[in-house]
Design a protein around this ligand. Structure first.
Ligand code: FAD
Length: 516
């Protein structure tokens, strides 16, 4: 527990009304109530339909024979749930949802679709934030939810093999009994599926500590557009035999193949965790605190998140979560440590906090190793993605920027945008990974604000040599802006790969590469 000299920090813990906030905590994004349906994507974004066949009764009959009637959804009302993205910004009009249970079924579906030029949109948890997981027109939705078996857990190494439709949080809960954990964690963990995570190369809160999925995924199985099953399942860390094909599928957002199985290296679950929630007066101090945290906490630092004043408003005013600090600040940081020896970790944390306070980097803070309290502090940060939707329509951006100009983007938007049309501009994100989430909320979709934001925001990011998509991917919504982060020669090679692996362009068309 905390040493008495950190009285300032400990004091605030007693201010919490834990029972109340506990009831408000949700790890599942399913609880979000939602707002109005968006316009059809094809209409709002004036997209031209690709050269695909329309679904006929003959096609439906084939799928019913293959999967059985209960796993072929044609009821329009039921299909509608698969046509809208989680943030309600894009909407397709698919009238066919297929729910395969095995790799062989996925293979048979794709072979048939390829032979008949039917476009397919793979969908896992549908928590993606760039419009990649829902159809643009009438693509067949291939729901991966029923491929949800855990195949093996190596108790010596922590290598987990499972089907791609397993829920991320379910996998993490499963691993707990063996003393392991999933190497990634995100706010959508209760709904997103591991196959969706791989397809987007999801980052999340712990990337700082465990690296990205290109490192922790040991192997995978995928089905290509023509139905070929590519078995790259491997449970060993080292395998330098030829091209690393798994990396073609990680982050390709369903445009090169459908991931059906995953093998992933899972780290040991930490015995001790601490979370510090800090209040700071300016962004320079945020950076100073981050540098100090890396130096003083070193190997036990497992997350470093930041949020600004307006972001805190989302948690407290919209989601009605209890403030972790009773005082108000321009910036907040959440710093997490994970280790195996509580006294060692506390000593390090104490030194870090004392130095940060004596150098006046932080103005206030609270610290806990109590699971309930840590969960509450995390929820204040993790639920921002959900909470901001309560403001109305959200223009969401997810960019990488060098730290010196990280927050300047938010300040620039305050100057640039017509604030009379804006409800809130907020900035938060995975500071430790140079990853900023920008949210501009308007009462409803506002094309004028969109025109003030785009392409300006992407130009700004490109000028700073940042990335227009740090972790959410390109999906449908950012295809126009791929060139702001990728050289023409790289895009050309991507197009060649796409043509080689999916010559008919049936896999997730209109996404990542603007082919049509
Ligand atoms: P979906 O949204 O269903 O699909 C995502 C993309 O992958 C689509 O293009 C889809 O076509 C394709 N796809 C899905 N399954 C397969 C498959 N088996 N094979 C091939 N292609 C497939 N993302 C982060 O990176 N970090 C975060 O911290 C983070 N926090 C979030 C918090 C909230 C509250 C929400 C709603 C989202 C957050 N996201 C975050 C975004 C999202 O959760 C991730 O992109 C996640 O990896 C998507 O997984 P999913 O199962 O929902 O996939």
């Amino acid at each position: 527990m905390m040493k008495p000299k950190l009285g300032l920090l400990v004091r605030h813990l007693s201010d919490f009304w834990w029972k109340k906030s506990q009831n408000q905590i949700s790890t599942s994004v399913k609880k979000f109530a939602g707002n109005a349906l968006p316009d059809l994507t094809a209409v709002r974004y004036k997209v031209k339909r690709g050269p695909y066949d329309e679904i006929t009764g003959t096609h439906v009959k084939f799928f019913e024979q293959l999967l059985g009637q209960s796993r072929v959804i044609t009821d329009p009302t039921e299909c509608d749930g698969y046509n809208v993205d989680w943030v309600k910004t894009v909407r397709g009009k698919s009238r066919l949802v297929l729910k395969p249970k095995t790799t062989e079924e996925v293979s048979a579906v794709l072979k048939y679709c390829n032979d008949n030029r039917l476009a397919v949109c793979p969908q896992s948890g549908n928590t993606g934030l760039v419009g990649g997981s829902v159809p643009v027109f009438d693509e067949i939705v291939l729901s991966m939810k029923m491929l949800n078996k855990i195949i093996s857990t190596d108790q010596l190494t922590g290598a987990l093999v499972c089907e791609s439709g397993c829920v991320l949080e379910t996998l993490d809960n499963h691993l707990e009994q063996y003393g392991f954990m999933m190497p990634l964690d995100l706010g959508a963990k209760g709904s997103c599926l591991i196959g969706g995570n791989l397809s987007t190369n999801a980052g999340g809160q712990r990337l700082l500590r465990y690296g990205n999925l290109h490192g922790s995924v040991l192997g995978l199985e995928a089905v290509t557009a023509d139905g070929r099953i590519i078995d790259c399942i491997n449970t060993l860390k080292k395998d330098n035999t030829g091209y690393h094909l798994k990396n073609l599928f990680i982050g390709s957002e369903g445009t090169l193949g459908i991931i059906t199985k995953v093998s992933i290296s899972c780290p040991t679950r930490p015995k001790v965790q601490n979370v510090a929630f800090l209040g700071l007066k300016n962004f320079d101090n945020v950076l100073n605190t981050f540098v100090l945290a890396k130096k003083e906490l070193a190997e036990i630092l497992s997350a470093c998140e930041m949020m600004d004043f307006n972001s805190m408003g989302i948690s407290t005013d919209l989601l009605k979560l209890q403030r972790p600090l009773t005082t108000e600040h321009k910036f907040y940081m959440l710093i997490e440590t994970s280790g195996s020896n509580s006294s060692h970790d506390e000593e390090k944390l104490t030194t870090f906090i004392e130095k940060a306070m004596s150098q006046k980097f932080i103005d206030d803070g609270t610290l806990s190793s109590d699971p309930t309290k840590m969960k509450h502090m995390w929820s204040v940060r993790e639920r921002l993605g959900e909470g901001c939707l309560l403001d109305g329509y959200c223009f969401k951006y997810d960019v990488s920027l060098p730290l010196p100009c990280f927050y300047k983007l938010i300040e620039t938007l305050h100057d640039r945008l017509d604030l009379s049309r804006v409800v809130r501009i907020s900035g938060f994100g995975h500071l430790g990974d140079e990853n900023l989430h920008v949210v501009v909320a308007t009462p409803e979709y506002d094309s004028e604000i969109e025109a003030q934001l785009e392409p300006f925001l992407f130009e700004y990011v490109s000028q700073q040599h940042g990335s227009v998509s740090a972790e959410h991917g390109i999906g449908f919504k950012k295809t126009k802006y791929l060139s702001y982060s990728k050289d023409a020669s790289a895009i050309e090679l991507m197009k060649q790969l796409k043509k080689t692996m999916d010559p008919n362009g049936i896999l997730n068309p209109y996404k990542v590469l603007p082919l049509y």
